[in-house]
Every structure is written in C-alpha cells, then in structure tokens.
Design a protein around this ligand. Structure first.
Ligand SMILES: O=C(NCCCCCn1ccc2cnccc21)c1cc(-c2ccc(F)cc2)cc(O)c1O
Ligand SMILES: [Mg+2]
Length: 214
C-alpha cells in the first residue's frame, strides 16, 4: 500500500539530514515541503519567529500541542537550556511514531517527552502524571477549535503563571477566530500578532503571542 506523507517526510530526513544535526533535519524537511510535498509544519518563515520567542523566553518548561512530524519540536528543543522539561502532545499514534524517529534523527530524544493522546484529556493530568508545576511557554498547533477550550483548561488547572507565554500557530489560516477574540479582549492577557505566511506558501498567516498576566 502507498506510504503516508509523514513516512515520505521521514525518509527525506533520513536521506538528506545528518544524524545528530538538528539544523540539517529542519532544512531537509523545509526542502521536502517546498519542492516535493507540502506538509503542515510551522515552516521556516514562522519557524524563525518561533525561534526568537523561544530564545527570548528561555523556558524551563514547555508544552507543545500538536507534534505532527516533529519539525517545530526539533526547532524548539535545539534552543532549550540543559535540564529544561519539554512535553509535546500528539493525537495520532501513527504520526507520533514518525515524530519519534525524526526527533531521534536530530539527536534530541533526551530533551523531549512525546505523549500520545488528546489535549482535553492530558492537560488535567499534567501536574500529577508529568510532575509539571506551570509552563513558561505553550506552543499551540493542534486542532484549531481546541485552542480556546484548552487555554481555559490550562487556566483552570493552574498551569499558567504570571509571565507564561502562549504562542499560537495558524491564527489566520486555517484560523482560530474564537481564540483570537478571547485572548485579544481578555484583561488577563497581553497579545501581539506576528504577521507571516502559511508555511511554504504566499497565503497570509501569523502567530499570536500572548503573555498571561495572572
Ligand atoms: O490542522 C492543522 N494542525 C492540526 C493537525 C491535527 C492535530 C491533532 N492533534 C495533535 C495533538 C493533539 C492534542 N489534542 C487533540 C488533537 C491533537 C494545521 C492545518 C494547516 C492547513 C491545512 C490545510 C490548508 F489548506 C491550510 C492550512 C496548517 C497548519 O499549520 C496546521 O497546524
Ligand atoms: Mg500549524
């Protein structure tokens, strides 16, 4: 049977990237998605904005919602200080299996805890099951209609502290209108929009960075 797009992306990494070199893994995926097959990685343009936010926050604890093939996971993990705790959630077991191999090819498996399941089920278990107090940085890149409910859930579970940063992908395309409305009008957040483009295209998209004010 025909291979899946994540499988073909993994093969491109194994063929074109150097083991243990995160930069070459990032480049191999971007080349594959630009010249062979589009895939829904955050991409290199929005990826540079992600990099600058990660470097600025220099987080000790990170949550990523939506691992996919591990592209943004590698981008984030390569910038983390030693000892940082990085949890990434993936819903689809087949995709998670590919992501584990991409992450391993980059040599970053020791910095990342990839957990399979739905955010709505796993977020309430973060403290007890994963020993997390609060997250310094959350990267939202999963089902677009889950950004808002999961943000409210993280607030309710006490997973955000004053200064916690939420960075949301795709707030224009595919779009997260209810999340944007909430986060831009809530007195509990200070938000900033980083205009960019949908990965590997000329279509407008952007990242919304929001600071939790407590
Ligand atoms: O759908 C997107 N991502 C989400 C994929 C599924 C996540 C599932 N999942 C993972 C963890 C997890 C935890 N709990 C519940 C569910 C969970 C996405 C789509 C586009 C896109 C597609 C077509 C188009 F024409 C234009 C744009 C671009 C992006 O950058 C995207 O990110
Ligand atoms: Mg995305």
């Amino acid at each position: 049977t025909r291979s899946t797009r994540p499988q073909r992306l993994l093969h491109a990494v194994q063929k074109n990237a150097t083991r243990g070199d995160p930069r070459s893994v990032i480049n191999a995926i971007d080349q594959f998605c630009r010249h062979k097959e589009w895939a829904m990685n955050v991409g290199d343009e929005k990826g540079c904005i992600l990099d600058s936010v990660v470097s600025e926050v220099n987080p000790s604890t990170v949550l990523e919602l939506g691992t996919y093939c591990g592209y943004s996971t590698v981008r984030i993990a390569r910038l983390l200080p030693p000892g940082a705790k990085f949890i990434t959630l993936e819903f689809n077991p087949k995709v998670a299996k590919i992501a584990r191999q991409v992450i391993a090819w980059a040599g970053l498996e020791d910095k990342i805890q990839l957990v399979e399941g739905a955010s709505g089920d796993l977020i309430p278990k973060m403290k007890e099951q994963f020993g997390v107090e609060t997250f310094d940085l959350v990267f939202l890149d999963h089902w677009k209609d889950r950004y808002l409910p999961d943000t409210k859930l993280m607030e309710e579970c006490g997973l955000l502290k004053k200064g916690s940063i939420l960075l949301a992908d795709n707030v224009i395309c595919p779009g997260t209108p209810d999340y944007l409305e909430y986060i831009r009008n809530s007195p509990r957040y200070k938000s900033q929009y980083f205009k960019s483009h949908l990965e590997y295209t000329k279509v407008e998209d952007g990242l919304e960075k929001s600071v939790f004010l407590g």
